[in-house]
Design a protein around this ligand. Structure first.
Ligand code: ZN
Length: 131
């Protein structure tokens, strides 16, 4: 099994952070070869997704619509006060899988891997494995 983990520090309450460079660097350093890269977020108020990296407005739109469809003022039962972040986490999901060829991620031309912060700022972990 090849893999590892790294930390990222988020600086806003909600943010989509491009972690493609960290994953790519780790694959090259490991000599990952060919296979599948499984990337996992072990947090309940964050997520992972793959989406466009060329136009930052796409990230802004995703976060704006999440705020719109998941209100802050709903009478949530969870008393910690961060239910919207838990719901957003479930909508995004906790993992992504990408094909790896010759140590490189086989992403589409416009695709980037995003860590989705919904309850920051915090220090977060990202785990990855090659199989
Ligand atoms: Zn909570």
């Amino acid at each position: 099994m090849q893999g590892g983990e790294f930390s990222i520090s988020t600086s806003r309450r909600m943010d989509l952070i491009d972690i493609t460079p960290q994953i790519s660097q780790a694959l090259l350093a490991t000599g990952a070869g060919d296979g599948l890269c499984f990337i996992y977020n072990p947090h309940t108020t964050a997520g992972l997704t793959i989406n466009e990296g060329a136009d930052p407005a796409v990230r802004d739109d995703i976060l704006a619509v999440f705020k719109q469809i998941i209100p802050q003022d709903y009478p949530y039962k969870h008393l910690e006060g961060n239910s919207p972040a838990h719901i957003m986490s479930s909508l995004m999901g906790s993992s992504v899988t990408v094909i790896v060829e010759n140590d490189l991620l086989r992403l589409g031309t416009w695709q980037k891997i995003y860590f989705c912060e919904f309850d920051g700022p915090r220090t977060r972990k990202v785990l990855w494995r090659i199989s």
